[in-house]
Design a protein around this ligand. Structure first.
Ligand code: ADP
Ligand code: S3P
Ligand code: MG
Length: 184
């Protein structure tokens, strides 16, 4: 159905991109990559150390580098970091594949990330307010995805992956009826 086209998961921190991406790759028979893990491997540092040493700017450079390299491959399910949508150049790589937005309510993100100290942007006096602000800044960017999946607290990664796969034909169809793709 996908002909090897990559699937990129985008959305806020805590939406489940890493968790769902891994399961989605199983269901699709794809390989799984997470841009944050690749960044840590390239830099031989944790995300937190990269932010400390080079700031968000240094991190974003590595993120774009990793994305550009990984986009050359096919048959991948890729969990991105929540801020990948911020750079225009990243969209040219994301659009090589199918882009899926995992859209979770801020309350659920807060709940999931309450005990987490691996997201430097949330090491703030008021993480809930920070998440809300980031969502407001990014929502219109996430909305440019091909598929939006609304997440509820009890949705399992297995259910969400099935939902993503079920949604794929609807976004592939318009391409199939483009005049240049038609046999008529
Ligand atoms: N569908 C889900 N059901 C239950 N817990 C989840 C689900 N998706 C993610 N989580 C949990 O929420 C936290 C954040 O998930 P993660 O996959 O790291 O999100 P992201 O990569 O979008 O930041 C993790 O502790 C993960 O186990
Ligand atoms: O939203 C963001 O700007 C970030 C999200 C993180 O990834 P997850 O979305 O997987 O948590 C990670 O890339 C980094 O801490 C920055
Ligand atoms: Mg992640």
């Amino acid at each position: 159905m996908l002909n090897g086209v990559n699937v990129y998961l985008i959305g806020m921190m805590g939406a489940g991109k890493t968790t769902v991406g891994r399961e989605l790759s199983n269901q699709l028979g794809y390989r799984f990559f997470d841009t944050d893990t690749l960044i840590e491997q390239v830099a031989s540092q944790t995300i937190t150390q990269i932010f400390t040493d080079t700031g968000e700017e240094g991190f974003r450079k590595l993120e774009s580098q990793v994305l550009s390299e990984i986009s050359a491959y096919t048959k991948l399910a890729i969990a991105t970091g929540g801020g990948i949508v911020l750079k225009r150049e990243n969209w040219s790589y994301l659009h090589h594949g199918l882009i899926v937005w995992l859209d979770a309510p801020v309350e659920l993100l807060i709940e999931r990330l309450a005990q987490d100290n691996t997201r430097p942007l949330l090491q703030d006096v008021n993480p809930a307010e920070k998440l809300q602000k980031l969502l407001e800044q990014r929502q219109r960017l996430y909305a440019q995805a091909d598929i939006k999946i609304s997440i509820a607290a009890n949705d399992t990664p297995e259910q969400l992956s099935r939902l993503i796969i079920e949604s794929i034909p609807q976004v592939l169809k318009p391409k199939a009826v483009c005049p240049e793709n038609s046999n008529n």
